[in-house]
Design a protein around this ligand. Structure first.
Ligand code: FES
Length: 120
């Protein structure tokens, strides 16, 4: 029997869908900070999850270019580690990263205290 997933982990999409698109964004609601998006990335080898807004001027990282190990911001090209959110070229601060896991072909993200808003 499958174990019940922890309450702060959410099943977001099929790995195949993410692999086909390289980046996908999902709506979440935080009780204190309100609505925001978490972006999932597939860099060809692994999955990463970052807050979807670039720490520099808020461009959507899910519209950036995903390369092995990193995502490049679409606005001014800051480079972030796809898994840790570290700004690799020091252009700006680090992006908030979320823990991910892949189970039975599905991508899960850990977002404590948040509530995912269902996709339309
Ligand atoms: S908004 Fe991302 S680098 Fe400027």
């Amino acid at each position: 029997m499958m174990q019940k997933p922890p309450d702060d982990e959410f099943d977001l999409c099929a790995l195949n869908e993410l692999r086909a698109k390289a980046a996908l964004a999902f709506d979440f609601e935080h009780p204190q900070f309100g609505r925001h998006e978490i972006a999932l990335f597939w860099d060809g080898e692994r999955v990463g999850a970052l807050d979807n807004y670039c720490p520099h001027e808020g461009a959507m990282l899910s519209h950036g270019v995903v390369e092995p190990g990193q995502v490049v911001c679409p606005l001014h090209a800051a480079v972030f580690d796809v898994a840790t959110g570290e700004c690799l070229d020091r252009y700006t601060g680090d992006a908030q990263a979320y823990e991910t896991s892949v189970r039975e072909g599905r991508v899960w993200v850990r977002a404590p205290g948040e509530r995912p808003i269902p996709r339309p």
